[in-house]
Design a protein. Structure first.
Length: 134
């Protein structure tokens, strides 16, 4: 079961420029940055009540985020939902006809197991499932 919106992922060209902008916008400091080699990104997180904002900067000019920005520009990239059992949720969603972008969870940012759903099966919205790694 999807428990809450864990974070909103926003694709940016430059964390150096975007972190100060979001610190002003949200009136809070960036809580951490992290390189995620499996996704070819550097992330920056902001706490916003019970959820977070994640800024994503590509570490590879041919990476997914770089291609996203080239095609659509900077902006909302994905919505992440917290789940208590990512494998069970992946199975449930696959059985409901949704397309998973990986058949096994991957290690993502912020000490989470992650799996993405293909936007073609979710009305054009990239959905991320995430579960805290124990």
């Amino acid at each position: 079961m999807m428990q809450k919106i864990e974070h909103l992922g926003i694709a940016v060209k430059s964390l150096e420029k975007s972190i100060p902008l979001f610190e002003k916008l949200l009136n809070t400091k960036c809580t951490k940055t992290e390189v995620v080699p499996t996704e070819e990104v550097t992330t920056a997180f902001f706490e916003t009540g019970n959820s977070k904002i994640e800024l994503l900067e590509s570490t590879d000019s041919n990476g997914v985020i770089a291609k996203f920005i080239e095609k659509k520009g900077e902006g909302l990239h994905h919505i992440a939902f917290e789940v208590s059992d990512i494998k069970a949720e992946m199975n449930r969603l696959q059985n409901e006809g949704f397309t998973l972008l990986s058949l096994e969870p991957k290690i993502g940012a912020d000490n989470k197991w992650v799996c993405f759903l293909h936007p073609k099966s979710t009305n054009g919205v990239l959905i991320e499932l995430c579960q805290e790694i124990k």
